[in-house]
Design a protein around this ligand. Sequence first.
Ligand code: NAP
Ligand code: HSE
Length: 435
Amino acid sequence: MSAVDVPVALLGYGTVGSAVHRLLDEGADEIERSTGHRLRVVRALVRDPARERRHGAPEGLLTDDFALIRDDSDVGLVAEVMGGLEPTGSYVLELLRRGTPVVTANKQLVARSGPELFAAAAEGGVQLRFEASVCAAIPVIKLLRESLVVTNVHRVLGIVNGTTNFVLGEMEAGRGYADALVEAQRLGFAEADPTEDVTGLDAAAKMAILATVAFGTRVPVDWIEVSGIDAVRDEHVAAARALDMRVKLVGEAVLVDDRVGVRVQPAFVDAHHPLAAVEGAFNAVMLQGDAIRELTLEGPGAGGLETASAVVADMVSVLGTGSGGFLSRDPVWRSLERLPAGELPSPHYLRLEVEDRAGVLARLAQELANEGVSVARLVQQPGDGHAVLHVVTHEAPAGRVQAALQAIRALPEARRRAAALPVVSSRGVAELGWA
Ligand code: NAP
Ligand code: HSE
């Protein structure tokens, strides 16, 4: 039987787009064998078709005119790999409403405009898939929606940004922050605007998508408490090493009493925890649920070919499944409230620099006690007329720790700005040592 010919268009032909083209060409026979469809890239939208490109492009493929793609009724599938919110969002909406299925790698677009996009897909009677928007090559969206649908996942913990994980690893090895970031850009891991990576906005969009899919309720990006690795200093990396921990940018989403809490923050991760072993631009996602207890996925979280593998997998899924596909049926959704950010509990590491004289430690301890924050470990290092205190607390709500920190900063004995980072450990903080 002859294969069904499917002309495909790409919105974007950069790091990911050119790799999608390559994988579709190289995998055409295999895709035909498994789906009966022959995918053929016929057009790719770029800003500047004349620009010299690292990966090259066949004559006549590139265009800067979206209408050529939109109005080509032969195009049966579109991959959006150009990024940004506009004009990208308008293009995707138009395609979906006209009945063209779309797959996308754009986490900001899905996280911020998901409801509108899925409504347009329903209107057009087609699928919108977005596996590549979260953790590149790791098939976590498919797993959550198809394999874990009755598992009642209540916690998602992950390293979901490859660039920052790469940069932090390089910093541990003694390389400078700026130098490591340039290298991440050169390797194709970073966003077009890398401030999205280092300020945590990229990870926040991915955590919004993960929480939405895992908990079956829409989680807007602005519910998420975000801080990035731009606040991480060499002294934090050194203190983490002394505690047998590593500094990682960690995303956490939890369901507590039918309320949703999500945060993205640099954290101290216990060296014995699975997330501590995630190196370079790899990502990992730990899912905790009733039936599965705990499951961890790890794999490439950034890079052209790695991301393209998920884009192509979504294309194959669109061909292999009919109708509107998952996430298009609103009635299965529930509506949950946001858990106030300050109520998210975890142990914390605190670095405090204070005057080294009688009574100061007691005042610090009192401020922590006032907020109900209990100390699990305390190490004091003498400085030049001052003392550096490294404190690891028992589990406490983030808001109470921050309130204690504010009070400590206001003490006349406080020296440099005190800092607090959550600790990720399954060992129990009382077990931790200090090298
Ligand atoms: P990229 O290398 O900068 O490529 C972007 C492409 O889109 C370029 O071909 C660019 O055209 C085109 N483009 C951008 N804005 C356009 C506009 N307004 N009109 C027409 N064309 C436009 O970016 P990328 O790294 O491939 O990333 C693409 C998407 O994949 C983003 O949403 C990103 O978040 C996502 N993603 C990337 C990775 C990764 O590791 N790189 C991983 C997962 C997800 P020109 O070539 O003419 O500049
Ligand atoms: N810039 C992103 C990262 C690409 O570094 O994780 C993958 O989404």
